[in-house]
Design a protein around this ligand. Sequence first.
Ligand code: SF4
Ligand code: SF4
Length: 106
Amino acid sequence: MNNLSYLKNVVTLKLDENKCTGCGMCLEVCPHQVFKMNGRRAIIRNRDACMECGACRKNCPAEAIYVESGVGCAAAVINSLLGKNAAACCCGPQTNPEGKNSGVCC
Ligand code: SF4
Ligand code: SF4
């Protein structure tokens, strides 16, 4: 899952460690293992791996996470623009009627 390409330092993800109750839900729902536990609190392990899906924010009971989601699968769009595999799209392979890479995500 982590073989996608990302831009550095563009992700909107923020974690307020002071609000975190250590429930571990963000670790469970994140598809890219962005978080890890540091004692009784979550911390961001790899911010650049975040694809801004919003799952962590939606599932954090302490509202400790902020991320701008719903603007598309950033990594998949970037990969598509770079001519890389469209199967990287989080919505699945995107092909045209001829079965070729459509270059469009979702
Ligand atoms: S889901 Fe929220 S409260 Fe739970 S570990 Fe993650 S940041 Fe902390
Ligand atoms: S927005 Fe999605 S990919 Fe990014 S940290 Fe949250 S769950 Fe992981």
